[in-house]
Design a protein around this ligand. Structure first.
Ligand SMILES: Cc1ncc(C[n+]2csc(CCOP(=O)(O)OP(=O)(O)O)c2C)c(N)n1
Ligand SMILES: [Mg+2]
Length: 327
């Protein structure tokens, strides 16, 4: 399963692209240009490692709000992401009715994200059941945070997937916190993936800051799912180096030293070091990538800033039937 140089560099670019877009979103928020951002920073290896084991266009994704890098790999464009940040009319998930990062992309088999955490898990199981009934060899992948695995829907969805041997993969992105709640206050065991045995499916813990390790674990899970072997629970251990969202202040619940320590294991830094050590990423190439990605981010921002807001009259459109419009 040797990955070509081109694939390794494509993985790196995918991670970098997500990170630079994400950083710009924070800047736009602090400039007062957008009202909300929830970040995928630190999760790029977990998501890009997963995405490269999948077939966008064929496989289905039921994401959660941190899945920016996964979404970009599934074909969300930087312009579309910016449209969602600015709440502009042609935003891809819902014409700007959803909050930013509550992803959905019909053309790419990405099912719209619901704000109550863990509701995506039964949705994914239902899609998996549909695939099995139709005899497709597609896979449905769903993302979730470790805190949200305390929700009943998580158990219901995974139990159903295991009973029916559905082609489903649940990637728990364990970033150690559910807003201010550390994972040891969320559960009495060290690994979410240890619960896989109780459902009757394989579980794997993987270093979520190591894109190639995630890719390998995902490839096993995808092969199992495509060949009728049923679901897998993957837990990618990582860290959220930024506050929970633009409305959170993480200084109230964790030390700066802890954050600094984790930043040494930043997934992009680690992968860059790996590629450099193999002679795959000369400084000039990295500079090219940074230039290219900056141009993409600038273009996306300009495009979204210039785009129109939804018409006020359209507010009721997809929510209520036409008859309900009159007051
Ligand atoms: C059912 C429900 N309860 C509470 C919330 C508020 N909420 C949004 S994100 C979040 C924390 C989730 O933490 P985790 O699952 O670890 O994901 P992370 O944000 O760390 O990636 C909470 C409590 C919600 N959206 N839905
Ligand atoms: Mg978490």
């Amino acid at each position: 399963m040797e990955l070509s140089k081109e694939t390794l560099l494509a993985m790196y670019y995918a991670m970098l692209r997500s990170r630079r877009l994400d950083e710009r979103a924070w800047v736009l928020h602090r400039q007062g240009k957008i009202v909300f951002h929830i970040s995928g920073m630190g999760h790029e290896a977990a998501q890009v490692g997963a995405a490269f084991a999948l077939k966008p266009g064929k496989d289905w994704l039921v994401p959660y709000y941190r899945d920016l890098a996964l979404m970009l790999c599934f074909g969300l464009t930087p312009r579309e992401f910016m449209l969602s940040l600015f709440g502009k009319q042609s935003e891809a998930s819902s014409g700007a009715r959803q909050m930013p990062s509550h992803f959905g992309l019909r053309r790419a088999n990405v099912v719209s994200t619901s704000a109550p955490v863990a509701t995506q898990i039964p949705h994914a199981a239902g899609i998996g059941l549909g695939m099995k009934m139709r005899g497709d060899d597609a896979v449905v992948v769903t993302g979730i945070g470790e805190g949200s695995t305390s929700q009943g829907e998580w158990y219901e969805g995974l139990n159903w997937a295991a009973v029916h041997k559905l082609p489903m993969i649940c990637i728990v992105q364990n970033n150690q916190y559910a807003i201010s709640v550390p994972s040891h206050k969320q559960m009495a065991i060290p690994n979410v993936a240890d619960r896989a045995a109780a459902f009757g499916m394989p579980g794997a813990v993987v270093d979520g800051n190591d894109v190639l390790a995630v890719y390998r674990v995902m490839m096993d899970a995808v092969t199992r799912a495509r060949t009728g072997g049923g679901p897998t629970l993957i837990e990618a251990k990582t860290y959220r180096p930024v506050p929970h969202s633009s409305d959170d202040d993480d200084r109230s619940y964790r030390t700066r030293e802890e954050v600094a320590e984790w930043k040494k294991r930043d997934p992009i830094l680690l992968f860059k070091g790996y590629l450099e050590s193999k002679g795959r990423l000369p400084p000039a190439l990295n500079d090219d990538y940074e230039t290219r990605v900056l141009a993409e981010v600038d273009d996306a921002q300009k495009f979204a800033e210039a785009a129109p807001y939804p018409a006020i009259e359209s507010a009721f459109g997809p929510v209520y039937a036409a008859e309900a419009h009159h007051a």
